[in-house]
Design a protein around this ligand. Structure first.
Ligand code: NAD
Length: 473
């Protein structure tokens, strides 16, 4: 763990193993932290915040830029650590580690652009101001699928706005986060500004800790419910980025080659283990077969393999349990009449014996009652549904408890406009690759959660407004 810039073990002295999802080998032993460690980290962050919150904003920006630059110089060291613990391909790890540093730099640019308001009041001799102040100590709880991106989404706006952070990575992916935070510290990030705690007991302890004033969680919807309930007694602020089941609609007038490319990336990137991912595909009947063929042709090129092997195009799933879950969802769809048109099994051979590999999988004739449609599919399996027209597509797309992302491919402005208005989700891509941009607010509707990451909105979420009245004396 990292508390006050020092590497430290857990107070309990306990450790656990982190394993490589491609090989099953032990990558490292890490401390199994708990409430005592969270307390130490929160106290350290509180002490640090008293100084960090008072540094001139332009200086804060310079410190963060230097730290981010230093971290970005270490991509080649950090990316293999991420691949070893998470399983993703080395290319995916490089992209993700780079996004970590770039995100810190993006929010660093905002550190000296905190603007308030001047407000006239009924008595002309008095006036009001609205200030934006840091919250204090903020907590970040992160899952294993994008350990670095999702940590940066929370920590970068927090520290740029003058807060200090306690960060808890997932139990299974702590090492790359430790490496990134260590690189920021080497690059000049002051003591205690970002502290990292590990272990199962640390998440609940962070929610209960009175010094941690806000919790940002990315995780599953059931975890989101628990975190919200646990935060209620102290009325702690929470941002919840939860599960998704993003629909993608392809109409007959779409550019099918571009759509197929975006669907392949949108479903199979990170071995399908992404919250923002195309998880239900609705294709108009006139182009159904042609588009399906194009998607299958792309899936065929995705050779599964160890993330460190340069020829691998898709890594293993992160754990045995995750793979079993996706396989059970596929079995459920088959039992309800679906057909596999690609994949549906595990790759065979020597390199695959000890990892959680699964082939990219595409199904048709999937009923709307199938688990693949009603639940989140957190792996590389895509149900493709036939639709008559846009009316039917929108109705079926919105028939989900989730509302994270959504997309449409069409040549018609009118159809695109209608989809943008009617898709009930926090994001809609029109004829574009499903990528979350740092510049745009990202967050869900319905059971995908609430609150925003990315963009000015995320920055503002890490400040509190204060009203001030100046009298006439
Ligand atoms: P998870 O919910 O099991 O765990 C997420 C984090 O929460 C981990 O660090 C875990 O230790 C912690 N945690 C678990 N229970 C807790 C509790 N009671 N109190 C405090 N902390 C607790 O999720 P996961 O399996 O690691 O990740 C996959 C899920 O994350 C998927 O559902 C996916 O859709 C979601 N996700 C959402 C987004 C988004 O931005 N909306 C992004 C990526 C992943």
């Amino acid at each position: 763990m990292i508390i006050e810039s020092e590497r430290t073990g857990a107070a309990s002295g306990q450790t656990y193993e982190v394993r490589n999802p491609s090989t099953g080998e032990v990558v490292d032993q890490v401390p199994s932290g708990g409430p005592e460690d969270v307390d130490r980290a929160a106290q350290a962050a509180e002490r640090a915040q008293k100084k960090w919150g008072k540094i001139a904003p332009a200086e804060r920006a310079r410190i963060l830029h230097r730290a981010a630059e230093h971290m970005l110089g270490k991509l080649e060291e950090i990316a293999p650590i991420l691949t070893a613990e998470q399983g993703k391909t080395i290319l995916e790890s490089r992209i993700e580690a780079q996004r970590f540093g770039e995100n810190i730099a993006w929010f660093a640019d905002l550190a000296d652009k905190i603007h308030g308001q001047y407000v006239t009041l009924p008595d002309a001799r008095t006036y009001g101001l609205v200030l934006r102040r840091p919250i204090g100590v903020t907590g970040a709880i992160v899952p294993w699928n994008f350990p670095l991106t999702l940590a940066a989404n929370k920590v970068a706006p927090a520290i740029a706005a003058g807060n200090c952070a306690v960060l808890k990575p997932s139990e299974t992916t702590p090492l790359s986060t430790l490496a990134c935070v260590e690189a920021l510290i080497e690059g000049g990030l002051p003591e205690g500004v970002v502290n990292v705690v590990l272990g199962h007991g640390s998440g609940p302890a962070m929610i209960e800790h009175p010094l941690i004033r806000k919790i940002a969680l990315t995780g599953s919807t059931p975890t989101g419910r628990k975190v919200m309930a646990a935060a209620a007694p102290q009325l702690k602020k929470v941002v919840l980025e939860l599960g998704g089941s993003d629909p993608c609609i392809v109409l007959e007038d779409a550019d099918l080659d571009e759509a197929a490319k975006a669907i392949s990336v949108g479903r199979f990137f990170n071995c399908g283990q992404a919250c923002l991912a195309i998880k239900r595909l609705y294709v108009q009947e006139g182009v159904f077969d042609e588009l399906l063929e194009k998607i299958i042709a792309r899936a065929r090129k995705l050779k599964p393999g160890d993330g460190m092997d340069k020829s691998s195009r898709i890594g293993p799933m992160h754990s045995e349990q995750q793979r079993a879950e996706v396989e059970a969802q596929v079995q459920d769809a088959l039992a309800r009449g679906a057909r596999v048109v690609f994949g549906g099994d595990r790759p065979q051979g020597e390199g695959y014996a000890n990892g959680w590999f699964i082939n990219p999988t595409i199904l048709v004739d999937v009923s709307d009652e199938s688990r693949m449609v009603t639940e989140e599919v957190f792996g590389p399996a895509l149900p493709v549904m036939r639709i008559k027209d846009l009316d039917q597509a929108l109705e079926r797309a919105n028939n989900s408890p989730f509302g994270l992302g959504s997309s449409i491919w069409t040549g018609s402005m009118a159809a695109a406009h209608r989809a943008v208005q009617e898709l009930d989700a926090g994001y809609t891509w029109v004829n574009a690759l499903q990528i979350a941009h740092d510049e745009l607010p990202f967050g869900g509707t319905k059971q995908s959660g609430f609150g925003k990451e990315h963009g000015l909105e995320a920055f503002h979420e890490y400040t509190e407004q204060k009203a001030v009245v100046y009298g006439s004396l």
